[in-house]
Design a protein around this ligand. Structure first.
Ligand code: CP
Ligand code: NVA
Length: 320
């Protein structure tokens, strides 16, 4: 714990030197600690204060897929903290023409203080983390998007004043964003109701792990194929794209399968009147969400996008 001006701030010390690959590997106190630290770092930033906690540190950022928010928020976050971030398109690295993950991990460990990676396969990120001597942060894989979920909960905590006992409805594809959100909500003692079409459910492993976590935190995890049931009296309604990066050839089949899952005015009428609409972005208006909802008065999607920066600063400062 240390003071920046009059503000008391606690890093999540147990994460020092650790990887952040998925939220099931974190203790509940670590997840809630990161959200609180992000909250304080945001408050400081709004006062124009940027504690230089990572002076001289270098983050390498490897991308196998497109990104706007993840890339820019990590880079800005490192600058705020006094360090540097380096963008690497995987196609331009030798890994793009067959150099092994192992060799890459060992080489990069000699140049950098941490790696953030967005990759097609979670198994590749796991291998990178196992081989690297420096911490590895998951910036999205086929299975998880943990930094997104930390920002999502920071956003609810900010607007609602707390997380415990709040209900979040996730409507759409049981994908990477859903998996991390389910785990984060369970850690935070929230009720998370997931609605997906049959065949697009979240992974049973994630549901099982989240249910076990929720058993300790007082949270609750459920699944239904009825979006209206999930959204009933929700404090937050969340959706993501029906077709994730890398699934483009399934687009037509998914549009068909997800009929009735668009978050529209009729659906949100079942949520609490002061519900928050959330979406990790990028969004497709008229597909997973109606324009009137994402651009409506209950939408917090731009606050949520901004909170990627603050939540990730908490991750970076604690890990490095
Ligand atoms: N939400 C999110 O991860 O956005 P980007 O794909 O733009 O990084
Ligand atoms: N589920 C989406 C999230 C993008 C931030 C994807 O993986 O493409």
């Amino acid at each position: 714990m240390f003071m920046t001006g009059m503000q008391e701030m606690t890093l999540v010390e147990s994460l020092k030197g650790e990887d952040l690959l998925s939220l099931d590997k974190l203790e509940t106190e670590e997840v809630t600690g990161l959200i609180e630290l992000g909250f304080i770092l945001k408050k400081l930033a709004k006062e124009g204060r940027y504690p230089k906690l990572l002076s001289g540190k270098i983050l390498g950022m490897i991308f196998e897929k497109h990104s706007t928010r993840t890339r820019i928020s990590f880079e800005s976050g490192m600058i705020h903290l006094g360090g540097h971030a380096m963008f690497m398109n995987s196609r331009d690295l030798q890994i793009g023409r067959g150099e092994s993950v192992r060799d890459t991990a060992h080489v990069l460990s000699g140049y950098l203080d941490a790696i953030m990676i967005r990759a097609n396969r979670h198994t590749m990120v796991q291998e990178l983390a196992d081989e690297a001597a420096i911490p590895v942060i998951n910036g999205l894989t086929d299975i998880y998007h943990p930094c997104q979920a930390l920002a999502d909960l920071l956003t609810i905590r900010e607007v609602k004043g707390g997380l415990e006992g709040r209900k979040i409805a996730y409507v759409g594809d049981g994908n990477n964003v859903a998996h991390s959100l389910i785990l984060a909500a369970a850690h935070a003692g929230m009720e998370i109701a997931v609605a997906t079409p049959e065949g697009y459910e979240p992974s049973p492993d994630v549901m099982e792990t989240a249910t076990a976590i929720a058993g300790k935190t007082g949270g609750h995890v459920s699944w239904t194929s009825e979006p209206d049931a999930a959204v009933d009296k929700a404090d937050a309604v969340y959706t993501d794209v029906w077709t994730s990066m890398g699934q483009e050839e399934e687009t037509a089949a998914r549009v068909e399968a997800f009929k009735g899952f668009m978050v529209d005015d009729e659906m949100i009428a079942r949520a609490k009147p002061d519900f928050m609409f959330l979406h990790c972005l990028p969004a497709h208006r008229g597909e997973e969400v109606a324009a009137s909802v994402i651009d409506g008065p209950n939408s917090h999607v731009f606050r949520q996008a901004e909170n990627r920066l603050h939540a990730q600063k908490a991750v970076l400062a604690s890990i490095m």
